[in-house]
Design a protein around this ligand. Structure first.
Ligand code: C2E
Ligand code: MG
Ligand code: MG
Ligand code: MG
Length: 292
């Protein structure tokens, strides 16, 4: 290893690295630091009953509030966190923070779900179900409030191992959503066999401005029907227009999420979507500590 060859060798090694590798190492170091400094925040995007317009829950979406670069989207740092092992502590924080917020919003009493995205790396961890149980207990919320979002590829890596993990999680009472449905492989066979509660249709299936003929809607319609045949809660993602909303209503899609309905918002603002309830504030729950 370069280290044993003294300072010069280290310098040569660094100089030989591609800019990309160097930038990635910087990012990794910054991420580690950010976790310690508490620079991550969750934004919450409302999910709505298509027929009544009522709020049914929120999806928690992580952001990095970088002191220099400002708000950074998860697509930029989640892959690096996954490669470096930092997704463990980051994902754990997300889970606990989302549960804490669910408690603060009285999601139990309101019948709302809080959805949390789960990385394949987290899902493959042997003690993941225990972490989830710990987060629920710490926040003092019922498991029904929590929906864990997985993608098809997460499940497809090893279907039988994934099924076991899913059974463990569902035994806790939490819900499982299949996220970005339709973008992965073997979507149909997967749907026949794995135990899930919710199907999130990827936004690429909503018609664009140029998709004027019926054929553009055929897959969307099919997926809504499929989900309902399997008694799953179907959520259409990426609802951006009134036309989308009308189409979903006509198709009988139960739930919708997208910029047209609400953007992902900081907790303070997302809270404004809650229907009024004249109850006293719940007992405060301490913000989660970071376990590294
Ligand atoms: P996702 O789980 O499919 O989340 C939906 C993404 O679509 C979010 O992007 C959201 O802001 C965006 N979106 C919502 N409505 C609309 C719409 O109407 N139009 C368009 N064009 N986009 C819409 P975001 O927040 O950048 O997150 C991207 C992805 O990063 C997520 O996709 C999810 O896979 C991942 N992610 C986010 N938070 C977490 C997290 O806490 N843990 C893990 N492991 N992954 C996360
Ligand atoms: Mg998601
Ligand atoms: Mg999605
Ligand atoms: Mg997505």
């Amino acid at each position: 290893r370069a280290k044993h060859d003294g300072k010069n060798a280290v310098r040569t090694f660094s100089a030989g690295m591609g800019d990309e590798t160097a930038a990635r190492m910087d990012l990794e170091r910054d991420l580690r630091e950010a976790l310690r400094n508490g620079e991550f925040v969750l934004h919450y995007q409302g999910q709505f009953d298509v027929a009544s317009g009522a709020l049914t829950g929120y999806e928690a979406l992580v952001r990095w509030q970088h002191p220099v670069h400002g708000m950074i989207a998860p697509g930029r740092f989640i892959p690096v966190a996954e490669d470096s092992g930092l997704i463990g502590p980051l994902g754990d924080w997300v889970l606990r923070e989302a549960c804490r917020q669910a408690r603060a919003w009285r999601a139990d009493e309101r019948g709302l779900t809080i959805s949390v995205n789960v990385s394949p790396v987290q899902f493959d961890t042997a003690d993941f179900a225990q972490l989830v149980q710990g987060a629920l207990q710490e926040a003092g919320i019922r498991p029904e409030c929590l929906m864990l979002e997985l993608t098809e590829s997460t499940v497809l890596r090893d279907v039988s191992a994934a099924s076991e993990q899913l059974q463990r999680l569902r035994a806790l009472g939490v819900g499982i959503a299949l996220d970005d449905f339709g973008t992965g492989q073997s979507a149909l066979s997967l749907l026949r066999h794995i135990p899930i509660d919710q199907l999130k249709i990827d936004r690429s299936f909503l018609p664009g401005p140029d998709d004027t003929d019926e054929s553009a809607q055929v897959f969307l319609r099919l997926m809504v029907m499929l989900g309902q045949a399997r008694k799953l809660n179907v959520v259409a993602e990426g609802v951006e227009t009134a036309e989308h909303q009308a189409l979903l209503r006509e198709m009988g899609c139960p739930t919708a999420q997208g910029f047209f309905l609400s953007r992902p918002l900081p907790a303070q603002q997302a809270q404004a979507l809650l229907p009024d309830m004249n109850h006293a504030s719940p007992a405060p729950v301490a913000a989660p500590e970071l376990h590294m």
